[in-house]
Design a protein around this ligand. Structure first.
Ligand code: F6R
Length: 244
């Protein structure tokens, strides 16, 4: 009887001496991966961690075929208008969609103003069932260990859902000064993330040192959602302890 096990080896860690080096290595890693197949589904986090990488991808866009690239947005603040400068949508339009020339038909993401939130999650789940799994997923880690809006909890949710945001998320610089009251966020779930063929986690800065030390203890726990990445066979962490 065949047995299938998850690979419990822990993640590959590339330690970088500067954020510039991190951005360069991660952007080359992504371009190499995108170039290895004619079409890729690329899942993109927003926030500070991947911004420099996305800027380099835009600089190197001649090496990326926009026809072969589909983007899926990892998460979104619920109730924040899509055109609000603090939205994940605005960020991705600014750093990825416009610079790389991704067409509307090649982009999927949660609608922050969806009235029927269950239907909105089903739409994204159906999209992944039809078009997934994700080929390459860029994440960031929150100060509390969240990935996407999968927050520390007694249990984690596998698929797209509306999450109640932690104080850490609500204090994120993206949303704190937005002037809009936000309580929830749409996010892909941990199974959606773990089904990605490759995952990269760029992390930098002194404020991430504590959570990274916890992550490197390799204790897989729903209270530290990023620790589930240890179940995945192809995760690369690009880590710089410095702020620059
Ligand atoms: C944002 C997202 C979040 C961030 C995390 C780290 O789309 O998914 O989980 O990745 O909060 O944010 P930064 O990179 O700003 O420290």
């Amino acid at each position: 009887m065949a047995k299938t096990n998850y690979n419990l080896s822990f993640m590959l860690i590339t330690r970088c001496s500067s954020v510039a080096e991190l951005n360069e290595l991660a952007s080359e890693y992504i371009i190499k991966d995108l170039s290895s197949r004619p079409r890729s589904l690329f899942c993109t986090a927003t926030g500070n961690s991947p911004t420099g990488i996305y800027q380099l991808l835009a600089d190197k866009k001649d090496r990326i075929d926009p026809q072969g690239l589909s983007l899926i947005k990892l998460d979104e603040w619920y109730n924040l208008p899509m055109d609000h400068p603090a939205s994940c949508e605005y960020y991705l339009q600014q750093y990825m969609i416009r610079p790389l020339g991704v067409s509307d038909g090649n982009y999927t993401g949660f609608n922050s103003l969806a009235k029927d939130t269950a239907a909105e999650c089903k739409r994204i789940n159906d999209f992944l069932t039809a078009n997934g799994p994700i080929d390459i997923c860029v994440l960031g880690i929150g100060l509390n260990g969240h990935i996407g809006f999968n927050e520390p909890a007694d249990y984690l949710q596998p698929h797209a859902h509306l999450a109640t945001l932690s104080d850490t998320s609500l204090n994120h610089t993206m949303i704190k000064s937005s002037g809009v009251e936000v309580k929830y966020g749409f996010t892909l779930g941990v199974a959606d993330i773990l089904q990605s063929k490759k995952i990269i986690l760029p992390v930098f800065g002194k404020n991430k040192k504590e959570i990274m030390e916890q992550l490197f203890e390799a204790k897989i726990s729903s209270q530290l959602p990023a620790s589930v990445l240890g179940l995945h066979p192809d995760v690369t962490v690009f880590y710089c302890e410095n702020d620059s």
